[in-house]
Structures are given as C-alpha cells and as structure tokens.
Design a protein around this ligand. Structure first.
Ligand code: ADP
Ligand code: MG
Length: 361
C-alpha cells in the first residue's frame, strides 16, 4: 500500500450532541495531528462512538465545527469525507467473498474493474491476507474477519482512518498481537487515525496520544506517559490503572495527610479538594529507617494475592483507607511476603507522588 499523498489534521471545535436530556458529547474541542494515532478512551456510554460517528459523518451534532485540514466538513455526507471506518462488529457482508467485501468502497467510487482487483489484492496483502480474495466470510476466523474489515477501510486509501473498538470481539492473546500489528500498519501507511477503546492498556500500548473521555467531555489529552504519570484529575487516575486516593490538606506551604507532612515532587493543582494518588507498583514495603525522601505509612495487612508474575497486597491505614501494593515475584519473594494482620511500613518515594484535584475538570 502506498502512503497517502498527505495525511490530514482534524480540528474539532465545540461539538455538542444531545439525545433528549443526555449529552452524548458536551462541548468537545480536540485537535488530532496529521498522521498521528489518537485514541478516544473512556467507559461505556462516555460518548466515544458518538464522536467517531460525527467524524465519519453518520451523526450530525447539534452544534460545533469539524475541519479536515482546512476543509469544514460538518455538512458533508460520509461518502464525500475521504474517511475509512472499521466498525465494532466488523459490519461485513456475510454472503459476499472477501474480495467482494474489500472491493465494496471501490464499486461505490466506480473504480474500473482491473484497477479495483489490483487494489483489493494490495489491501489484502497489507493486512496479511494475500490470496484470500475468493474465500467466504463465514470461512474466516475472528482475527481474519477483523483484517478484512480493516482492508475494506483502507482499500480506497483514505486520508483518515477511524476504528471503533475493532479488537473487542477477539480473545486476549489475539488482541494483544493485533494491537501491535495495527500500530505497525498505521506506521506503514501513515494516515491520521482515531481509535476507540474502553481498554486502558490497549490505549497505552497503541497510541501517540490519548483523549480520556467521560460524560461526553474530554478529561485529559496527553501521550501515554503523561496520562499515566500525571493524571489531570481523580477520574483519569482511577480509570487508567489502579490508584489509592489519600485526602490531603494544605497547611501553609506544606501538604498534610493524617497530620503527617508529605514529601512530594511535582505541581500541586490549584483546587479546593486534593488527593495524593498512589499507584500499586510505586509503593514498597520498607523498614522504618527509610530515607528522608520516602513518605512512610504504618498499615495493617488485609490480604495478599499471588498472581504468578506479581503479587498484590492490600493493607489498611489507621483511618481505614485500603492501599493496594503490587510487587514483582522473583527468587524467594513469595516465602518472605507478610501475612494477614502483620503491621508493615509502606514507603512512597517523593518522585512517585502525584497530587491531584478531586474535582472533575
Ligand atoms: P460509548 O461509545 O462511549 O459507549 P456512545 O457514544 O455510544 O458511548 O453513547 C454516549 C451516550 O449517548 C450514552 O448515554 C448513550 O446511551 C447515548 N446515545 C448514543 N446513541 C444514541 C441514540 N442513537 N439514541 C439515544 N441515545 C444515544
Ligand atoms: Mg461505543
């Protein structure tokens, strides 16, 4: 497959879409860079599909503007938008062959037969299904169907590719492999890609940037490291990975948790409600003489879960908040794990502290 002549940036401005009283999209503004792989990540019902349908032209928003490059497209019908789309359920025609499915957008565009045949084969080779053209759809595995849907989306070399949870029907192993494959494919053909998932690990694995969506609004837009390391608010910190939240108060220039002065690095948001957000893998069990840049908390072990490559330990702080701690299992870790009821000292290095706002943006 040849690179498209030029990938297009997408500019979304103040897009709102309501269904009755529900704001599926609530004043969304977002810039997708030319050629980037951007993921819309959010829980079920957060508005991801609605935003993708607005981009594709199947849903007309109540208001707002949408530009592909310099072109305002909000009033353009889907077939004039130069957008390839992979739907959640593939939406393949079961009675047609693979080639019939992949060639469908070319027939709509009245591409001559010989050229169409060539393009179909090229698209199938791109998704590693070369020679599968005459197979019937119902003879294919889930992963192969997924690739046919992808071949159909890229066969007319659109400048924008949209994918709505394309891997959700696959089992975990195949999904993991397809994540890497889709990303490689994107890098090869270079089109601007907007990808939808509710799976935070998938988003972290595949994306240049992630837009975290909740209740039809963009909560945070950043690269995977920024989203994970510097969550903008409690929703993002909770949705991406796991977090424990300790309520924090200001005392002059200090931050206190349960009367204890915290040693933190990084910025403190200007908000009335603040939390120290702790990731399970950034907490350690330390002895009480831990270094000064460590915050230490006494806690009582509730239970320990062995998970093969790692263990999860839950411990209760004196105020009743339960903290999750994850550790790697190696050597004799398992033999040395504390038991239920033990008192332990939890250590969090200043560099591993993140103070977040308790308010939704
Ligand atoms: P997601 O893809 O993130 O799961 P959707 O974009 O499908 O979320 O839906 C966002 C919100 O809009 C939900 O509350 C959903 O019920 C509502 N919604 C979406 N499409 C329609 C529709 N055609 N009619 C009524 N409500 C809808
Ligand atoms: Mg959806």
């Amino acid at each position: 497959m040849t690179k498209p002549s030029e990938a297009l940036p997408i500019t979304i401005r103040n897009v709102t879409k309501t269904y009755g009283k529900v704001f599926a999209l609530n004043d969304v503004s977002l810039d997708v860079r030319s050629g980037e792989f951007l993921t819309l990540l959010g829980p079920s019902g957060s508005g991801k599909t609605t935003l993708l349908m607005v981009l594709a032209g199947f849903t007309r928003p109540d208001c707002g503007s949408l530009k592909f490059g310099d072109d305002e497209v909000i009033r353009k019908p889907p077939h004039l938008r130069d957008v390839g789309m992979v739907f959640q359920n593939y939406a393949l025609f079961p009675h047609m062959t693979v080639a019939g499915n992949v060639g469908y957008p070319l027939r709509l565009r009245r591409v001559p037969k010989a050229e169409a045949a060539e393009r179909i084969e090229r698209a199938l080779e791109t998704v590693q299904l070369g020679g599968y053209g005459s197979r019937r759809i119902d003879q294919l595995s889930g992963g192969q169907k997924q690739r046919v849907a992808l071949a159909r989306a890229i066969v007319f070399e659109p400048r924008i590719l949209l994918m709505d949870e394309p891997l959700s029907a696959l089992d975990k192993k195949l999904r993991d492999r397809m994540q890497i494959e889709l990303r490689h494919l994107h890098d090869k053909i270079g089109m601007t890609t907007v990808y939808v998932t509710h799976d935070q690990r998938e988003a972290l694995t595949m994306s240049d940037r992630i837009a975290v969506i909740n209740h039809g609004r963009v909560m945070q837009l950043d690269d995977p490291v920024g989203i994970y390391e510097k969550p903008a608010n409690r929703f993002v910190a909770d949705f991406i990975g796991e977090s424990t939240f300790l309520p924090v108060t200001r005392d002059g220039g200090n931050l206190l948790y349960a009367g204890q002065v915290l040693n933190i690095s990084g910025d403190v948001p200007d908000a009335s409600s603040l939390f120290l957000s702790l990731r399970p893998e950034r907490i350690r069990i330390v002895d009480q003489s831990a270094s000064e840049s460590m915050n230490t908390f006494q806690a009582t072990v509730q239970y320990v879960v062995y998970q093969g490559d790692s263990f999860l330990l839950y411990a209760k702080l004196p105020d009743g908040i339960e903290v999750g701690l994850r550790g790697v299992v190696r050597g004799n870790t398992v033999a040395q794990l504390p038991a239920e009821g033990d008192t332990v000292t939890l250590g969090v290095h200043a560099d591993d502290t993140v103070v977040i706002s308790g308010e939704e943006v």
